[in-house]
Ligand binder design. Sequence first.
Ligand SMILES: Cc1cc2nc3c(=O)[nH]c(=O)nc-3n(C[C@H](O)[C@H](O)[C@H](O)COP(=O)(O)O)c2cc1C
Length: 176
Amino acid sequence: MKTLVIYTSQTGFTKRYAEWIADRMSGDLIDLKDAQKKSAEYFEEYDAIVYGGWAMAGTVVKVKWFLEKTVNWKNKRLVVFCTGGSPIDNPDVDTMLQKVLTDEQREYIKAFYCQAGINYENMNTPSRLAMKMFVSALKKKKDATDDEKKMAEMISSTYDISDIKYIEPIVSYLGE
Ligand SMILES: Cc1cc2nc3c(=O)[nH]c(=O)nc-3n(C[C@H](O)[C@H](O)[C@H](O)COP(=O)(O)O)c2cc1C
């Protein structure tokens, strides 16, 4: 299975997961910005194409680009994976994965989630501001559940809950 992993990453988590998957599949790795410059022929030689993006307010960054491309890649094995600050058992994760693909796309693309973390040191200013607003709104919420309170605490500083084990379902779907 000749595999290409395309990724977009701001603070490094998605890049690291993309590297882990590419390594394990002995595949190629390419940043989305470079992939966007490639002609259609470039992708032809691959049997499997994986797209990795990070969760931003419940959606997957730049996934639209990948989904538009997949219309011509239905003969390949296709994966979308998303990284995020939420632990994998957070119910929001399933909601996000459900939303990312239409029923029709689900027939030829599979979506996965890899828990990652938050890295304020590598974050750009707009993202840092957005996070700050989100954290402060969550902390002010009067009827916040215990889970929400815990989440507000966790996401107010840098943490890393990524683990290579989260690539296992992806690798096994791709068929090592
Ligand atoms: C503006 C913003 C919005 C975010 N929204 C979510 C979210 O809805 N769900 C989630 O799990 N993580 C969210 N995150 C956390 C990132 O998805 C997480 O840190 C991701 O692993 C970053 O990937 P990267 O290191 O490849 O840039 C958000 C981060 C930022 C900066």
